[in-house]
Structure formats: C-alpha cells, structure tokens
Write a protein that binds this ligand. Structure first.
Ligand SMILES: Nc1ncnc2c1ncn2[C@@H]1O[C@H](COP(=O)(O)OP(=O)(O)OP(=O)(O)O)[C@@H](O)[C@H]1O
Length: 453
C-alpha cells in the first residue's frame, strides 16, 4: 500500500534513515524538522501517516504538544512516535494520548517497516468500517446475470487496473455509484480512499469548499474531497449540475494535478483518479453552453454506460430475492415468497427510478405484508397499486372493443399483447421467453411473424 508519510525529527540523519527505509518500501515521504514546519507540511497536504520525534530541539511544540495539535485537526491520522532511549515512558504516555505506536532509537529496519504497515492498515480499515457503517443499508455487490450486466462487469474489469478517468452514464438509480465503487475495489487504489461528492446536492458556493477545502484563518480548517482522496479515487456524482466556475477549476486540477484551497494561496499537490457520473446528455449541455467541452473530453476518457433496469428485466428476480434478504437482515422483517404472477408484474413495470425504486418497492411490500405469515406468498393484489397500472387488462364485458371482435381476432389480439408483455419481461430474449411460455423458439418466431410483430 503506497502512502504519503511525513517524518518529523530535528536530526537530519534520522529523517534521512527513516525516509530512506520507507521509500525502499515504495512509500512517498516528506520531512519536517520542527513543529512549525510539520504543521506547514500537513497543511500542504494531509499525509496518511506521521512519524514524530518526542524531543525536538528549537521546536515551538515538543512531540506531545504536536501530537495533540495533529489529533485535534485530523482525528483519524495515525502518528507513530520516535523515542530516544531515555524517554520510553513519554512514548507510552503518548500512546495513551492517542499515538498509534512508537519506535525506539536506534531502530531496527524490520520494526520500522512493520509499524508503518500496521498503522496504515489500521487507518485504512477504520476508514473502511466508517464507510461501511455509513452505507450499511446498501450492499456493494453488483447483482444480475443479464447480458447487459455481464458487459458492464467486463468494462469494469477492463478499466479498473488502468489509471484512466471514467465517465459513467446512466439514468437515476441504475447503479452508477455502485459501478464506480466496483472499479475502485478492483483497482490498485482499492486500499486508499473512495470519496464521493454529489454536485446535485451541494450549493454552488459550497461546492468549492467541499472539493478544495479551506485554508486555516484562525477558524477550523476543512480538508476538501480532493485532498481526502489523495492516492485514491474521487467520485464526482452528477457532474451536469456543476457550476461553470467550478468546472473551470476542476479542469485546472486535471491539467495541473494541483489546486488552491478556498481562501488560500499555497498550491496543494494531489494524485487522484477521478470517476464521474451523469444521467444527462452532456453533449446537449455542451451545445447549450452549460458544460465545458474541454472538461468533458478530460473526464470521459473511458465512457461506461449503465443500462436502465428495463434493459435487463431478467435480473429482476435475482435483485428482488437479494433485496428481500438484505432488508430482512436489516429490519428483522422476514423475507416473503413472491408468486409467479406478482413477479411477472414486477418484471413488466417501467421502473423510472430503476434499481433504487425496485429496492424501495420491495421494502414497501415487506412492510405492508409484515403481519402475514411468511408462508403466504405475495400475490398481485398485495403489490402497490401503481405497479399494475400498465398491465394489459383481461377483456371485460364493458371492453366493447375486444368483445365486438370474432373469437379468432380477439384471440390474435390477446396472443399479441400476451407475447409482447412476456418478451418485454425477459428483456427481449426470445429463447428465454419461448422456454417460459412453453413453445419452441422457432415456433415462437413463426407465431410472432404471423401476428405481424
Ligand atoms: N446491479 C446492482 N445490484 C445490486 N444493487 C444495485 C445494483 N445497481 C444498483 N443497486 C442498488 O441500487 C441503489 C442505487 O444505486 P446507485 O446509488 O449506485 O445508483 P446511481 O445511478 O448512482 O443513482 P443516482 O443517479 O441517483 O446517483 C443502491 O442501493 C445500490 O446499492
């Protein structure tokens, strides 16, 4: 795991030895010789780990004072104390105050490397856990075995190991963020941060603070998303909503790989892979002058399309079952069986809110039927009313249209509607439709032809 490590020590040869060893391990190091230069280095860019000497000559703050300062500003940042022979007790009290561990001078290479790896691993695990807690209601696994999903998985596998910027296109709730997370998980940056920032949910004036952070001016300093994502991935959700001014600033970051914080003058260098997403036609927004073409060209190095749920209806059964299990685990409501007709209704629905809407619907169904025994299957009548609105209706006596037809024509009309609904339910897959309705594939083709479909 390559990381940005800061070494703070007043002795130049200790700084050199520690940074030499850590660089041999593939890390990036920076050094500081007292508390002021250390705080300046941290404010240039927040490192992933700090090695901090306990006694520093000529420093405004000693090691413990600086440890307190660092912890107040960056609570999750691990600090390993460097202690001399005489001050093990101080090192131990530093651990009580929140330091991760200490190494003793003269130190052994193995011990130094081990402590660094452990500190980095622990902090990345902590980050993962807090990330998991935040999203514990959602699974991160991309489910579905439709051709569309297989294609999507292939694109993810192909693009993940590269460092290319990816633009994920697709309608709302189709799983764009999940795709971005899958790319992160399969990339060499998997152990580093995945920071997500939603342009649609943030006001334009707040957007720059969220992205670039603020420079301290007596008040609390905010670490921006770009800095938090250093070494990892920044996910820009719904870039179409980004104000033009922010677009220019993002473009500059992409060109120069560095930026300035809001209210600051210093340049902050970062190494961040950007994945962005949109539900809109950016080409059209470019035509209308609402999106910068040069930014689009830089963000969309590899475009990935996430198809709407209606283009992969055959995944619905798997999704419904998985969501039942997940919701049941979270809420304690027992999972239900959905009968074939009710499942067919779910498969035929238009799902404008895509997978998110499907998940919410399953949650609603489970809540509505929570008092029933889990042996009673969910029938069409138990589904939320809006789901059955678009179904082809069975002819009734008041349906004079079909009732006015002779049997042969009425049957043809019914067959046509029935077959079209089944084909749509199986995402246009004729073989699977044929299998389900119990017809030979070739016979179904002939039938469709004879019905003029
Ligand atoms: N293939 C999938 N398998 C399982 N769950 C999925 C899948 N795709 C999406 N989801 C779930 O659907 C919900 C919406 O997904 P996500 O937030 O990734 O969509 P999005 O396209 O980024 O939405 P938006 O456009 O609103 O940002 C989440 O709960 C996600 O876990």
């Amino acid at each position: 795991m390559k990381a940005d490590i800061l070494i703070v020590d007043d002795e130049a040869d200790i700084r050199d030895i520690v940074s030499g060893i850590l660089e041999d391990e593939g890390h990036e190091t920076r050094t500081a010789y007292d508390s002021d230069s250390a705080l300046a280095a941290i404010s240039d860019r927040v490192p992933r780990l700090v090695f901090l000497d306990i006694w520093m000559q000529g420093s405004k703050l000693d090691g413990l004072g600086l440890l307190d300062e660092i912890q107040a500003m960056h609570p999750g940042l691990p600090v390993v104390m460097i202690s001399g022979h005489g001050n093990i007790e101080t090192a131990v009290s530093a651990i009580r105050r929140g330091a991760f561990d200490y190494i003793e001078k003269p130190f052994k290479v193995d011990r130094l490397v081990l402590v660094a790896e452990r500190a980095l691993e622990t902090s990345s695990m902590r980050r993962e856990i807090s990330e998991l807690k935040k999203r514990s209601s959602d699974s991160k696994e991309l489910l579905g075995n439709s051709a569309a999903m297989m294609g999507l998985r292939q694109s993810i596998d192909r693009v993940a190991p590269t460092n290319s910027r990816v633009l994920i296109k697709g309608p709302t709730g189709a799983g764009k963020e999940l795709v971005a997370r899958a790319i992160h998980a399969a990339s060499s940056r998997a152990k580093s941060a995945f920071i997500s920032i939603n342009a649609a949910a943030i006001t334009p004036s707040r957007m720059e603070i969220e992205l670039f952070g603020t420079e301290p001016d007596g008040t609390e300093r905010k670490v921006g998303a770009l800095e938090q994502a250093h070494g990892g991935i920044l996910y820009l959700d719904e870039i179409a909503d980004m104000p033009l001014e922010t677009q220019s600033k993002i473009l500059r970051v992409l060109v120069e790989q560095e930026f300035e914080r809001v209210g600051g003058v210093r340049r902050v260098k970062v190494d961040v892979r950007i994945i962005s997403s949109t539900a809109f036609d950016l080409e059209q927004l470019i035509e209308e002058g609402k999106f910068r073409r040069d930014l689009f060209n830089r963000l969309a190095v590899v475009p990935i399309d996430v198809p709407p749920l209606t283009a992969r209806r055959e995944d619905i059964t798997v999704l419904v079952q998985a969501f039942m299990k997940q919701i049941s685990a979270q809420t304690g409501i027992r999972a239900k069986i959905i009968d074939d007709d009710a499942m067919a209704v779910l498969q035929a629905h238009s799902w404008p809110g895509n997978i998110r809407q499907l998940r919410n619907t399953i949650e609603r169904i489970m809540i509505l039927t929570r008092d029933e025994s889990d042996e009673i299957p969910v029938t069409v009548g138990k589904l939320p009313a809006e789901l059955s609105e678009n179904l082809p209706k069975a002819p009734t006596e008041s349906d004079t249209h079909i009732m006015s037809l002779p049997l042969r024509e009425a049957r043809e009309r019914f067959e046509r509607d029935y077959l079209l609904a089944q084909i749509s339910r199986f995402g246009g897959n004729i073989s699977r439709t044929a299998e389900f309705i119990g017809m030979e594939r070739s016979a179904l083709h002939r039938k469709l032809k004879s019905l003029g479909v």
